[in-house]
Design a protein. Structure first.
Length: 130
């Protein structure tokens, strides 16, 4: 399941993975919210928390995740992954260079720091829309 994390500034979206994440979760929660946000912003910031309640991704969910990134390849400003799931941390460290945005990896205990980083104003813009 994926649920939205509220309280982030305009141009920033947050999601939390809980239990088993499926392609339907992407189709019903994540994709519509991200597409709507891109309709209003040229650049987005994403906070994605995969906490201790997470049990895994279905193959379809992993495909949807990749396709969402490709659809908006140049539209990401910052991406924060918050997790203590070891295989995700290893993958993120190995593949972080391929993320088309400023990317940071945080531990679960650093969720508030990740939120602060995602919420920082852009250095080149006051409105976060560039």
């Amino acid at each position: 399941m994926i649920e939205q994390i509220g309280g982030l500034p305009p141009g920033a979206l947050g999601f939390r993975a809980i239990g088993q994440v499926t392609a339907a979760d992407y189709a019903q929660v994540l994709v519509p919210d991200i597409e709507a946000a891109f309709a209003m912003n040229r650049k987005l910031r994403l906070l994605y928390q995969v906490g201790p309640e997470f049990t895994g991704f279905d193959p379809g969910a992993m495909w949807e995740d990749a396709m969402l990134g490709f659809r908006h390849f140049s539209g990401w400003d910052r991406v924060a992954l918050v997790t203590d799931v070891q295989w995700l941390r290893i993958t993120a460290k190995a593949m972080g260079f391929a993320v088309p945005a400023e990317f940071r990896l945080f531990q679960d205990a650093e969720l508030q720091q990740a939120i602060a980083w995602i919420s920082e104003p852009r250095a080149d813009s006051d409105d976060g829309n560039k």
